[in-house]
Design a protein around this ligand. Structure first.
Ligand code: FMN
Length: 209
């Protein structure tokens, strides 16, 4: 596969504390980890002791245009190591604050899976809030760091998901990452969606042809 010279670079920060027990994310990452122009970084593999290398992580962020936070939802939030990573790496004066402009203009995409079905993540549903609302701290982090927040890629209902749906979501993830890399996503159309994987054909330029 050749990559266009004007392609964006993509950093996937993956956080799953028990990948050996994973059914969904272990499959999803296979669709994206070897794409040219994508750096795949498994945080739990790199830092089993939680000793995050701040300078290395900041250098990685600086080298990439699109930052992906990929993880399962745990207690309506992010896994502990990703929180530790955020607390340590996104320093004042570097990532945010008057002089903190290191991440300005980079795009941020959350890729998440939930055990709960989509119907539970509605105002009237069991969880009383949408997944977009639960991701508000990530959205605000992006805002404070002057990044462009994209609607999340969400795989709901992992407790009952079928094999066919895992494959479909994997292929969709691959298309979206490749299109973000190549700049062929209609960002206005994407930002009008509640989740970026809701209508791939609509947001990828030329996908319907
Ligand atoms: C500690 C823990 C907390 C969880 N919290 C939630 C939750 O708040 N909401 C939800 O929908 N699913 C929750 N789940 C389910 C996971 O999101 C689900 O198992 C995961 O997305 C499946 O992906 P995997 O097959 O890659 O492990 C939780 C699972 C664990 C182990």
């Amino acid at each position: 596969m050749t990559t266009k010279s004007n392609a964006n670079s993509v950093l996937i920060l993956f956080a799953h504390p028990a990948l050996q027990k994973s059914r969904v994310n272990v499959r999803l990452i296979q669709y994206v980890r070897d794409i040219e122009g994508v750096t795949f970084h498994d945080l739990y593999e790199a830092y089993p002791d939680f000793h995050v290398q701040v300078q290395f992580e900041q250098e990685q962020l600086m080298k990439h245009d699109i930052i992906v936070l990929h993880h399962p939802i745990f207690w309506f939030s992010i896994p502990a190591l990703l929180k530790e990573w955020m607390d340590l790496v996104l320093e004042h004066g570097w990532a945010y604050g008057r002089r903190g402009r290191a991440l300005k203009g980079k795009k941020l995409l959350s890729v998440i899976s939930t055990g709960g079905r989509e119907s539970l993540y509605q105002k009237e549903g069991y969880n009383k809030h949408t997944i977009g609302e639960f991701l508000l701290p990530i959205r605000q982090m992006a805002y404070v760091c002057k990044m462009d927040y994209l609607p999340p890629f969400v795989v709901h209902g992992t407790n009952t998901i079928t094999e066919e749906e895992i494959v479909r979501q994997g292929e969709c993830y691959q298309k979206i990452i490749t299109s973000l890399r190549d700049g062929t996503i209609d960002l206005d159309a994407a930002c009008s969606l509640s989740r970026i994987n809701l209508d791939v054909e609509r947001i990828i330029k030329g996908a319907r042809t």
